[in-house]
Design a protein around this ligand. Structure first.
Ligand code: TXA
Ligand code: MG
Length: 328
């Protein structure tokens, strides 16, 4: 792939118009959302979508999320909108909830990776919505990272992974939430969570503690139904270790004393010999800085990054899911 001159667009009228034109002309345009930066392409154009897979190095069997500016646009990409999908869209859009519904037959196979379903969401970010309006087409957008890298939460992260491989990035600053949307299968009578995110199980009226196998109504969530969960994700080049709040400082200290270069992400200050890449106060705070901390630790050239764990309730479930994937 020969290098492209990647434009950095301002999130103003001129930048958004330029981004919209690029998207309509089969271009690849990264843009901010409330969760992470997405790498956008015209979801109705197989060749455009194919470029997303090439730029990211994404496995062809991992389908993309289609982004639309308004809840009313769901009907344009779905074959059927179930009452559940309608209810969830009304309750949570714009927002960090992705709905899996039966796909409109006109959508290219590249977008859905050949599945009969499509994942759709309306982002809660003024720049994203304005870009989608300017494009005038549904926009397929996976996270704007090279496949297997942490998701990007700034335009700088996007350029580090995809500079020279995409047409433009709209720089809208740092993403507020920091972890990807909750993905829910909305084809049946109850929501089935395929990927945890900032819309929590409690928000969806599901039990926080219930194991996945015993969803209400006896629905068994088929994780294979969300192909992305099968692939390796979020692996930085340094080791990732997780430690409970009461152990984390001792773990960091003993790794440092053993001669390792250690980065720490904790509520507590780093002990001597460990690099404090980030401090957080709660699970939402950790969500917002998690991916950036992984990138910072890599850049600092540490051997290991140690994360303090958070309780697995609310957004803490998504945070712990991503941390476990990073830790491998
Ligand atoms: O917050 C987000 O969701 C971000 C922003 C950019 O919107 N996007 C994002 O996209 O995280 P990506 O491609 O990194 O993750 C999409 C996830 C994958 O796990 C994929 O397998 C799943 O959604 N997915 C996509 N289409 C699906 C479908 N038809 N059925 C089940 N899962 C699907
Ligand atoms: Mg991703």
């Amino acid at each position: 792939m020969s290098a492209i001159d990647t434009r950095v667009l301002a999130p103003d009228d001129a930048g958004l118009a330029a981004g919209g034109s690029l998207l309509r002309a089969r271009g690849l345009v990264a843009f901010p959302t409330e969760t992470v930066y997405g790498l956008g392409a015209d979801a109705t154009d197989a060749a455009a979508v194919q470029r997303v897979f090439s730029a990211k190095g994404r496995p062809a069997d991992n389908p993309l999320i289609v982004h639309v500016p308004r809840a009313a646009d769901l009907a344009a990409v779905a074959r059927t909108v179930t009452p559940l999908a309608r209810r969830l869209a009304d309750a949570f859009w714009p927002g960090p909830l992705t709905l899996v519904v039966d796909a409109h037959p006109d959508l290219p196979r590249a977008t859905t990776a050949g599945l009969a379903t499509v994942a759709v969401r309306v982002p809660d970010h003024p720049v994203a919505v304005a870009l989608l309006e300017a494009a005038g087409v549904p926009v397929a957008a996976p996270s704007a990272n090279r496949s297997g890298r942490p998701s990007p939460t700034t335009a700088g992260h996007v350029l580090a992974d995809l500079g020279g491989r995409i047409d433009a990035v709209v720089d809208g600053g740092a993403c507020v939430i920091g972890v990807e949307s909750t993905v829910v299968d909305a084809r049946g009578g109850v929501p089935v969570v395929l990927r945890e995110g900032a819309v929590t199980r409690a928000d969806l009226g599901l039990s926080e503690t219930q194991p996945a196998e015993t969803e209400p109504d006896g629905v068994t969530p088929d994780l294979a139904a969300s192909p992305g969960t099968r692939h390796r994700h979020y692996r930085p080049s340094c080791r990732v270790e997780l430690a409970d709040p009461e152990d984390v400082i001792a773990v960091a200290r003993s790794l440092a004393e053993a001669g390792q270069r250690v980065a720490l992400v904790s509520r507590q200050p780093a002990p001597r010999g460990a690099l404090e890449v980030a401090r957080f106060e709660d699970a939402a705070g950790l969500a917002a800085l998690l991916y950036g901390a992984l990138r910072d630790a890599e850049e600092a050239g540490v051997d290991v990054i140690v994360f303090e764990t958070v309780p697995e309730v609310g957004v803490g479930r998504a945070v712990m899911d991503r941390l476990r994937r990073a830790a491998g």
